[in-house]
Write a protein that binds this ligand. Structure first.
Ligand SMILES: [Zn+2]
Length: 64
């Protein structure tokens, strides 16, 4: 009987926690999705423009 081997994809769940004052938080395996959503949020809610690099710095891995 062949061993059933599930290949583990190294897609960590990532998140951005914007701040307690707005409560915006997004979690996704897709970094691009996080960046897009955060960008929109920051622009709409905080009236600021954030570069992709800035946002990337704030992305953290969700542990466990
Ligand atoms: Zn915010």
């Amino acid at each position: 009987m062949p061993e059933h081997h599930v290949k583990e994809k190294k897609h960590h769940l990532k998140q951005i926690d914007c701040g307690p004052e707005c409560g915006f938080m997004i979690r996704s395996h897709d970094e691009k999705e996080i960046i897009e959503a955060t960008r929109k949020h920051v622009k709409q809610f905080h009236g600021k423009d954030m570069s992709e690099q800035d946002i990337r710095k704030d992305i953290e891995d969700v542990k466990g």
